[in-house]
Design a binder for this molecule. Structure first.
Ligand SMILES: C[S@@+](CC[C@H](N)C(=O)[O-])C[C@H]1O[C@@H](n2cnc3c(N)ncnc32)[C@H](O)[C@@H]1O
Length: 190
């Protein structure tokens, strides 16, 4: 278990619970976890099993050889698709946004989170260099100032404006910050 798990895993369950309350669904039968390779006691799959005992849950992950987020996702007709702490493995932002849009369109509820690491921003600020991964910088999600929404440092930086140009507005948003990470939890309900 990672050091931050005791803080982060309850946050994931809390967010998912709020989304399911808002969606007001009586039953969830089919669930896909993107970027989780097996069931685990403290994770969202255990929460779902407690709330919907008949749910059939699948685990898609690069470790299982059944999902690579940088290829075609092919996820459709599920009641719930949930993906936590995986978006920082994105290699091509346009491909990712296209796949996420399809996922939202083709499934009933989609839940995704985005982590922004303070350390990555410092690399940008100090050296003006590219960080190795794509940064989803949603810090100004609630800000109306155009300069914040437009501020794209280089091609690896996805701002809230970039995101909203492609992806429909989420139905539920929750922001959680720790000393070193900004988490944005987003959900789309059809
Ligand atoms: C930090 S873990 C998150 C696990 C779980 N979702 C959670 O929040 O506890 C990241 C997961 O993403 C998977 N992963 C990494 N790169 C991937 C890729 N390109 N495609 C699919 N899964 C990937 C890893 O194997 C790992 O299971």
């Amino acid at each position: 278990m990672g050091l931050s798990d005791p803080i982060v895993l309850p946050e994931q369950c809390k967010f998912l619970g709020a989304v399911l309350d808002v969606a007001n669904v009586q039953d969830i039968n089919s669930v896909v976890h993107l970027g989780q390779h097996k069931p685990e006691g403290k994770k969202v799959d255990a929460y779902i099993q407690g709330r919907y005992p008949n749910a059939k849950q699948e685990f898609w992950d690069i470790k299982n050889d059944n999902w690579d987020m940088n290829k075609e996702w092919g996820v459709k007709d599920k009641d719930l698709v949930a993906s936590f702490r995986v978006a920082h493995y994105v290699k091509d932002k346009d491909h990712f946004l296209e796949q996420l849009k399809k996922c939202i369109d083709n499934n009933r509820i989609t839940v995704f989170d985005f982590q922004l690491f303070q350390g990555n921003l410092e690399v940008y600020n100090d050296n003006n260099q590219r960080t190795p991964s794509i940064n989803f910088d949603f810090r100004f999600i609630h800000d109306t100032k155009e300069e914040y929404k437009e501020s794209n440092i280089n091609g690896t930086h996805v701002t809230w404006k970039d995101f909203c140009d492609v992806i429909p507005h989420p139905n539920v948003i929750r922001v959680h910050t720790t000393r070193s990470i900004f988490y944005h939890y987003l959900a789309w309900i059809k």
